[in-house]
Design a binder for this molecule. Structure first.
Ligand SMILES: Cc1cc2nc3c(=O)[nH]c(=O)nc-3n(C[C@H](O)[C@H](O)[C@H](O)COP(=O)(O)OP(=O)(O)OC[C@H]3O[C@@H](n4cnc5c(N)ncnc54)[C@H](O)[C@@H]3O)c2cc1C
Length: 287
């Protein structure tokens, strides 16, 4: 028997494993065993101990008004906050490489759904989940708000580089209608670009359609502690949450209840229908 179950082996799952390992507890990782591509991820915004990561101070440029930026990214109906500007950066790609070397031999390759949780999830003192929250949801009543975007990033191992220019160690957010992208960054030599959703993919190598989780009202599995952007399914959660959330729980500063997803600003969260004119889309279990 081990102390902790961790679901998911992306950056958040392996950062969770790192926090558990530092705490001296035993753990197993259950996940589809594949290395995540880090679509759009630019940097770790907080230092994670024990990984010896390079630090960079980044520069921030804002083109246009913040309110226009919010509309460009999230649509006219958006009335919520924008994420704070974070300018301290640690290398997320190097972190994930090191974490994979440290912990990938603990990953059991499984496909998780509610039936698997009932039949196969081992007893343990804690279970932390970083897999996308809809995969664990047991009812069609719960909703998951998502904002689709287009995203492309440098992937030197695949010979893929985005063409949009950006100075070194800089993040630019663009509220103007042109150019069409709303964010470009170049940090630790890697460029990433994000565009608002639209029917036609931007003309850039390796561009993918990707969903930004925004909010959820899912209350399934109250004893499974959710962390990471996809586990918590909330706007603003970044990869480092996988480490710091787990540390907070193990040090008894927080409990599972602190990590329940919650509904945010979006009007469709209460109307319950998918929408065209609004800012985000709802995924429903079973659809
Ligand atoms: C455009 C964009 C930009 C972002 N930029 C940043 C950034 O700069 N910095 C930052 O810290 N965060 C950023 N984030 C947030 C997020 O932290 C990163 O996307 C991060 O790479 C996600 O890591 P993760 O481990 O949470 O998810 P993933 O890497 O997606 O990992 C999920 C894991 O769950 C597994 N899994 C999924 N479904 C199942 C299933 N049914 N059964 C078993 N296993 C399953 C997968 O195999 C995978 O191992 C960004 C997010 C987006 C969308």
């Amino acid at each position: 028997m081990h102390d902790v179950n961790i679901l998911g082996c992306g950056p958040a799952g392996l950062l969770a494993a790192h926090a558990v390992a530092e705490h001296g507890l035993s753990f197993k990782i259950f996940s589809k065993k594949r290395k995540s591509f880090l679509y759009g991820a630019q940097f770790l915004a907080y230092e994670v101990p024990g990984l010896n990561l390079e630090f960079r101070q980044t520069f921030f440029q804002q083109w246009g008004k913040a309110s226009d930026y919010a509309i460009k990214v999230y649509g006219q109906a958006y009335h919520g906050p924008l994420n704070p500007i974070l300018t301290k950066a640690w290398d997320i790609r190097d972190a994930y490489r090191k974490l994979w070397d440290l912990y990938s031999d603990r990953i059991e390759n499984v496909c998780i759904d509610p039936k698997w949780v009932v039949n196969n999830l081992p007893d343990a003192a804690f279970t932390f989940s970083t897999i996308p929250a809809p995969a664990l949801c047991t009812t069609a009543v719960h909703t998951f708000g998502v904002r689709n975007i287009w995203v492309a990033g440098d992937a030197p191992d695949r010979g893929q580089f985005v063409s949009i220019e950006c100075p070194e160690d800089t993040v630019i957010v663009n509220a103007f209608p042109e150019p069409a992208w709303y964010k470009v960054s170049k940090v630790f030599g890697y460029k990433t670009v994000e565009w608002p959703d639209g029917p036609i993919a931007p003309d850039e190598p390796g561009v993918v359609h990707h969903g930004k989780p925004l909010f959820s009202n899912c209350t399934c599995w109250p004893n499974i502690i959710r962390t990471g952007r996809f586990g918590r399914w909330n706007k603003g959660v970044l990869a480092h949450a996988g480490y710091f959330d787990v540390k907070d729980v193990l040090e008894r500063r927080k409990t599972a209840a602190d990590f329940r997803p919650h509904e945010q600003w979006c009007p469709v969260a209460t109307s319950g229908d998918s929408n065209d004119g609004c800012t985000c889309y709802l995924i429903r279990q079973g659809t």
